[in-house]
Design a protein around this ligand. Structure first.
Ligand code: PLP
Length: 472
C-alpha cells in the first residue's frame, strides 16, 4: 500500500468505523460461535501473493465480526467499561503513525514529556497529594502510563520488595543471608476482594501473600490488617507490601484507607499501594473525592483511564510518591540505551517491565482536551445516575435483592433464591445474545453484576435491560 492508496483506504476505514459504531446496536452483543469457529474459514497459511484490500475487508465483515463480543454495544454490561471515544481513537492512530518507541527521553523527548505532563494534569484533577506529581514542590514523585493495572501493581511490588531486601541486609541479624533466603521472609497483604492480579503479581515476585477477609460490606478494615501483621511478625515474617482497592471488581467496594494507612505507618518499610483501576477516574468529580479519603497514606496509586475515562486500551496511570524507590528496583543501563541528558530527564524504561513503550499519552491528552474536565465529569455522572436508576428498579421488585452499595456505575443484584437459580437466570439472559452480564461472588453468594459501560448510555438502554431481566 503506497501513501496515495493509504489516503483512500484510511478514509474508507473511518467510514467503516462510523457505520459500525452507528449501527452496533443492531448486532448481537455476544457472538453465536463455538471454539475453533474461525480456523475452517481461513486458509491454512498466509497468502504467497498480495491480496486486494477489498478482499481483506470483505473477510473482516463476514468472518471476523461474527466472532466479536461487542464491548461497545449499548447492552454490554459485563466487567468494567472498555474506554472508547473518537478523540482517543485518533490519538492512537497518530501515535501509530509517529511510531516512536519512547523508552528514554532521548528516544523521543515529546513522548516522555507529554506523559509526565498528562499524568500531572490527571493526578491534579483527581486530587492526588502533590507529592505524587512530578512538578509538585520539591517532589520526588511522578506519574507513568503502563499497559495495565496488573503491571502497575507488579512494579510497585517489585520496588517494595527491593526496598525490603535492602533494609533486611542492613540489619546484623540478616546480613549473612542471601536474597533468596530473605525473600522467604517477606509477606504481602491484600483483601479477598482484591483483583486476582495481586495474587499473580505475588507469584511473579516470588513472595508470600496473605489474603485477608473483608467485612460484610466487602471492605478491608485496619484492624484485620493489624492483627495479621502482628501475628506474622511474631512468626518472623517481614510485612513489606499492602495492596488495597478503591472500587473492587466484584462489587465496587472501597477499602478503608483511613484505618489501613496508620497501621502501615506503624511498621517501618511497608509500601501501601492503592489500586483504583476503575473507580479512580471518578475522583475527577468533586462530589466523589470523598471515596479516596486516606490516600494521603499511600505510596502509590493506579487507575485505568482505559476503563472509566473514555480512553482506549491501553492506558493505565500509575503515580508513586518516590520515583527513585521505583526506578532503583528496575534500572539496568547498557551503553546503547544511555544518552547525555540522563541525569536531568526522565527515562521511562526504568519505571516499567518492558523496554519499548508506545506513545500512549497522546490519546489521553486528546481526550482531556476534547472533553475538558467538565465533559469527563458529565460522562461519569451519567453512569452514576443510570446505575442509581437500575438500583431503583431492583429495589422496587420484591423478587430481587440488591447486593452492593451503589456509588459508581456498578449494580450487584440477585433473584431471591438459590445460587443455582441465579446461575440459570443469568445463563438464560446471556444466551439470548441480546445482553451480556457476568456473575461474581459477594459475601459467599453468587450475584449478577450490571455495569454501565457504553460511553453514551441512556435511560432507554437501562429500561431495555430491565425488560430482559423481567423486572416488574
Ligand atoms: N484492579 C481492578 C480493581 C480491576 O477491576 C482490574 C480489572 O478489571 C484490574 C486490577 C486488572 O486490570 P488490568 O487488566 O489493567 O491488569
Amino acid at each position: 500500500m503506497d501513501i496515495e492508496e493509504f489516503r483512500i483506504r484510511g478514509k474508507e476505514m473511518v467510514d467503516y468505523i462510523c457505520e459500525f459504531m452507528s449501527n452496533i446496536h443492531t448486532r448481537r452483543v455476544t457472538p453465536d460461535v463455538g471454539p475453533g469457529y474461525l480456523r475452517p474459514l481461513l486458509p491454512s497459511g498466509p497468502p504467497n501473493n498480495p491480496e486486494s484490500w477489498d478482499e481483506i475487508m470483505k473477510d473482516v465483515e463476514s468472518k471476523i465480526m461474527p466472532g466479536i463480543t461487542h464491548w461497545q454495544h449499548p447492552r454490554f454490561h459485563a466487567y468494567f467499561p472498555a474506554g472508547n471515544s473518537f478523540p482517543s481513537i485518533l490519538g492512537d492512530m497518530l501515535s501509530d503513525a509517529i511510531g516512536c518507541i519512547g523508552f528514554s527521553w532521548a528516544a523521543s523527548p515529546a513522548c516522555t514529556e507529554l506523559e509526565t505532563i498528562v499524568c500531572d494534569w490527571f493526578g491534579k484533577a483527581i486530587g492526588l497529594p502533590t507529592d505524587f506529581l512530578y512538578f509538585g514542590e520539591d517532589s520526588k514523585g511522578g506519574g507513568v502510563i503502563q499497559g495495565s493495572a496488573s503491571e502497575c501493581i507488579l512494579v510497585c511490588m517489585l520496588a517494595a520488595r527491593a526496598q525490603a531486601i535492602a533494609r533486611l541486609k542492613e540489619s546484623p541479624a540478616h546480613a549473612h543471608l542471601d536474597e533468596t533466603a530473605l525473600l522467604g521472609k517477606l509477606m504481602a497483604y491484600c483483601s479477598r476482594e482484591s483483583h486476582s492480579s495481586v495474587e499473580k503479581d505475588a507469584m511473579i515476585c516470588f513472595v508470600k501473600l496473605r489474603i485477608l477477609e473483608p467485612d460484610e460490606k466487602s471492605v478491608l478494615r485496619g484492624e484485620t490488617l493489624r492483627q495479621a501483621i502482628e501475628s506474622d511478625t511474631a512468626e518472623g515474617y517481614v510485612p513489606f507490601f499492602v495492596s488495597t482497592t478503591l472500587g473492587t471488581t466484584a462489587c465496587c467496594s472501597f477499602d478503608n484507607l483511613k484505618e489501613i494507612g496508620p497501621v502501615c505507618k506503624k511498621y517501618p518499610g511497608i509500601w501501601l499501594h492503592v489500586d483504583a483501576a476503575y473507580a479512580g477516574n471518578a475522583f475527577i468529580c468533586p462530589e466523589l473525592k470523598y471515596l479516596m479519603n486516606g490516600v494521603e497514606y499511600a505510596d502509590s496509586f493506579n487507575t485505568n483511564t482505559n476503563k472509566f475515562l473514555l480512553t482506549n486500551f491501553d492506558c493505565s496511570c500509575l503515580w508513586v510518591r518516590d520515583r527513585f524507590k521505583l526506578t532503583s528496583a528496575l534500572v539496568v543501563d547498557p551503553l546503547y540505551l544511555q544518552h547525555t541528558h540522563a541525569d536531568t530527564a526522565i527515562d521511562y524504561r526504568h519505571w516499567s517491565i518492558a523496554l519499548s513503550r508506545r506513545f500512549r499519552s497522546l490519546k489521553l491528552w486528546f481526550v482531556m482536551r476534547s472533553y475538558g474536565l467538565s465533559g469527563l465529569q458529565a460522562y461519569i455522572r451519567n453512569h452514576v445516575k443510570l446505575a442509581k436508576r437500575f438500583e431503583a428498579l431492583v429495589k422496587k421488585d420484591s423478587r430481587f435483592e440488591l447486593c452492593n452499595d451503589v456509588v459508581l456505575g456498578l449494580v450487584c443484584f440477585r433473584a431471591k433464591g438459590s445460587d443455582k437459580f441465579n446461575q440459570k437466570l443469568l445463563s438464560s439472559i446471556n444466551d439470548s445474545g441480546k445482553i451480556h452480564m457476568i456473575p461474581a461472588r459477594v459475601n459467599q453468594r453468587y450475584i449478577i453484576r450490571f455495569a454501565l459501560t457504553a460511553p453514551n448510555a441512556t435511560s432507554r438502554d437501562v429500561g431495555k435491560l430491565s425488560s430482559y431481566v423481567n423486572f416488574i
